[in-house]
Design a protein around this ligand. Structure first.
Ligand SMILES: Cc1cc2nc3c(=O)[nH]c(=O)nc-3n(C[C@H](O)[C@H](O)[C@H](O)COP(=O)(O)OP(=O)(O)OC[C@H]3O[C@@H](n4cnc5c(N)ncnc54)[C@H](O)[C@@H]3O)c2cc1C
Length: 325
């Protein structure tokens, strides 16, 4: 008999039981639906041992690597400590060591931490300030940069957290950082696969990290970045991206502007239209989509219709809380 630990409690899993059946029998509230490994509503994460491979069927490769599994089809092979995706792991403290404008609206924030912290470039964390206000932001750097996390934060007019970062947050101040979350990151293994990355505004943050990671891991297939914004206030790192394209033969960069008054050097149009019309088929491509939720959700569908496999589409929509005004 195997034991299942969740939070402070440990339960025995009977030989013929799944992890989900054990937890439900013990009145632990776990969202669930089909109980056949199809709907993925009960998705959990093993915090210690690797889950059985059969219990990860159908999950994205990036989630499998992080030990996510489906408890409804999991007959444990060893004792497991598990958590729901929204159960926070250990958080750490970090201090602001750099704050600089990338555009009139977007701040480059660099935090330094001292405790051990694991992440993949492109994942996101929840940042919490001293009074408890918390928002999600994507990590823009690769783990090789020791003890540093970089963020690109766009100021929303009257946005509580982003305006505070922009106007008030000072060097040396501490923020609390949750464990890194999300499946939108690079995985080595299919080095020749073409990559297409599409982002709007500060959606470049995770894509920047993913590109740096792919290049650092010798990705040899073409890497196409399309960065879009309505106007120039949303585009940044233009010179850096052009320098990267000059340095790496397999990296291509297309900045796009969708507004009326644009300079001739930029491609005009909506970033996802331009990106998707650049190729006949997306069959065999790996796609990364980050930024405005409308763009992300629409492009996910369009990329699938154009031949990309759903398993090869990685996305983070920058949803904002809907605040009554
Ligand atoms: C997984 C994930 C990753 C994210 N990563 C990033 C990131 O890397 N960089 C980043 O900048 N953001 C990112 N975000 C968004 C971020 O979490 C916050 O939602 C955002 O910064 C706004 O927070 P706020 O407290 O400033 O605004 P809030 O105080 O929460 O206010 C939001 C309000 O602003 C309104 N609003 C929305 N858009 C506009 C607009 N254009 N103009 C005026 N009002 C508007 C909304 O209706 C809502 O009422 C991410 C979100 C998610 C879910």
């Amino acid at each position: 008999m195997r034991s299942i630990t969740i939070g402070e409690s440990t339960f025995s899993c009977q030989p013929d039981e799944t992890v989900l059946e054990t937890l439900l029998r013990e009145n632990v509230q776990i969202p669930n639906g089909c109980r056949q490994g199809l709907c993925q509503a009960c998705q959990m994460r093993s915090l210690d041992n690797s889950p059985p491979v059969s219990a990860q069927a159908g999950l994205k490769d990036t989630l499998q690597m992080q030990n996510y599994f489906l408890p409804c089809i999991c007959h444990p092979e060893q004792n497991m400590t598990v958590a729901l995706p929204n159960q926070q792991g250990a958080s750490i403290e970090a201090a602001v060591i750099k704050k600089q404008l990338l555009t009139p609206d977007i701040v480059h924030l660099v935090l330094e931490y001292q405790s051990p912290f694991n992440f993949f470039a492109g994942q996101f964390v929840n940042l919490t300030r001293a009074d408890g206000l918390t928002r999600s932001y994507s990590i823009a750097n690769i783990p090789q940069h020791e003890n540093i996390l970089e963020f690109h934060i766009r100021r929303l007019p009257n946005g509580q957290f982003s305006s505070w970062v922009y106007d008030e947050l000072e060097l040396g101040e501490q923020l609390t950082i949750s464990e890194a979350q999300g499946s939108c990151h690079y995985l080595p293994g299919r080095a020749e696969q073409p990559l297409m990355l599409i982002g709007t505004g500060s959606g470049l943050a995770p894509l920047y990290g993913i590109i740096a990671d792919a290049l650092a891991q010798d990705h040899s297939g073409p890497i196409h970045l399309y960065h879009g914004s309505r106007d120039l206030n949303g585009l940044y790192f233009i010179d850096e991206m052009r320098e990267l394209a000059a340095e790496f033969d397999n990296f291509y960069y297309t900045p796009c502007l969708s507004g009326e008054d644009i300079e001739s050097e930029h491609v005009r149009g909506r970033v996802h239209d331009i990106a998707l019309s650049s190729t006949e088929s997306l069959s065999g491509w790996r796609i990364f989509l980050c930024g405005h939720p409308d763009m992300v959700n629409q492009t996910k569908r369009m990329a699938f219709m154009k031949g990309a496999s759903m398993g090869d589409i990685y996305a983070d929509a920058f949803h904002v809380l809907q605040v009554e005004k």
